[in-house]
Design a protein around this ligand. Sequence first.
Ligand SMILES: Cc1cc2nc3c(=O)[nH]c(=O)nc-3n(C[C@H](O)[C@H](O)[C@H](O)COP(=O)(O)OP(=O)(O)OC[C@H]3O[C@@H](n4cnc5c(N)ncnc54)[C@H](O)[C@@H]3O)c2cc1C
Ligand code: FES
Length: 347
Amino acid sequence: MTVTLQTKSGEFKFETAPGEPVLFAGLRAGLTLPYECATGTCGTCRARKISGDCSPGWSEAPGMARFHPDKGDMLMCQAKASGDCLLRVPADVQQRDANTLSPSSIQGRISACRMLTSDVMHVELFLDQPIPFDAGQFMVVGAPGLEGGRAYSMVNHAMETDQLNFVVKRKPDGGFCNWLFDNDVVGSLVTLFGPLGAATFRPEEGFDLLCITGGSGIAGIMSILSHASAIDYFMTHQGQLYFGVRTLADGFYLPELAAMIAKSRENLQVTLALSDEKPSSDRHPDFPDIRLAEGFVHDVAAQSIDGSQENTIGFVAGPAPMVDGAIRVLIANAGLPANRIRYDKFS
Ligand SMILES: Cc1cc2nc3c(=O)[nH]c(=O)nc-3n(C[C@H](O)[C@H](O)[C@H](O)COP(=O)(O)OP(=O)(O)OC[C@H]3O[C@@H](n4cnc5c(N)ncnc54)[C@H](O)[C@@H]3O)c2cc1C
Ligand code: FES
């Protein structure tokens, strides 16, 4: 099936496999199609069907809220062609240069799961082939019998690897979370599409790192900090992480963060912000290099950031309200321009 896209920068054609979202087929073909979540929530990938056979897919997708299905509007991350079709995409689209990583469809088998807190799980899986990815990227994961994919950011980083680690925070009554937390899923096969996402760490840019995250938003930030630590980036650059959780007991990946702080010659600072508990000290009882503070993570960050972050880039990830609050802090308090803030909204 051939999909033809009319875009602001010309017409593009690519082939799509049966059941494959139009977005995935276009990205696989090397096009710079617009997207953020790749899972139907943000609305960034909007297209309008002009002719042919293409169904919009998930009818309750939150990303469609502002659009007009009756006029043929659809989300490319949900839409599936069943014959040749023509769509209009209101965006500039280019053919990516050959050096950029291209996403692809792969399979993985879950190899280990470990509870980190009462509602957060660390998940490891092996892929059927190694892939390269940038620190901060995510995959769209499909579980057996579950309609639609879910985005999860890689926690680990390697230039090319067949092992991916994820961290999943349980969403009450969430489809993927119920499958993951209520079953023994070790050994299960999952489908993946990726790597995706532009909230990536590019060491050659040479910026200090200012990261604000809440809950499982730490996933991609761990990948970024692990990569930075592995290449001794903190020998010559500063890093600050504000990590929001509800209580002291909800903190996780603290041994890994403490090890990175120890290696950083005091150039990496980590503050755990507790929204629902007043800490009894300003240092973590088990990891004294990790600072503690009370409050929502973006408020805690706002109190400490003073606007002197000249050569700094901001990374933000987590639930949408937290991300919006943190972006305001990075602009208003840290004085960062919008093009030096990279974020993933876990909506
Ligand atoms: C870029 C990005 C990175 C993320 N990284 C992480 C992470 O590292 N860790 C983490 O815990 N969470 C992450 N999330 C959130 C995660 O993708 C899930 O939304 C969350 O785990 C809840 O999934 P669920 O299936 O349990 O809940 P559900 O409420 O069942 O589903 C949540 C999401 O699944 C998709 N979906 C649901 N039903 C359908 C359907 N019928 N058809 C198509 N799609 C459907 C939609 O995107 C929906 O918002 C990330 C989200 C984004 C956008
Ligand atoms: S990228 Fe399709 S709705 Fe977010």
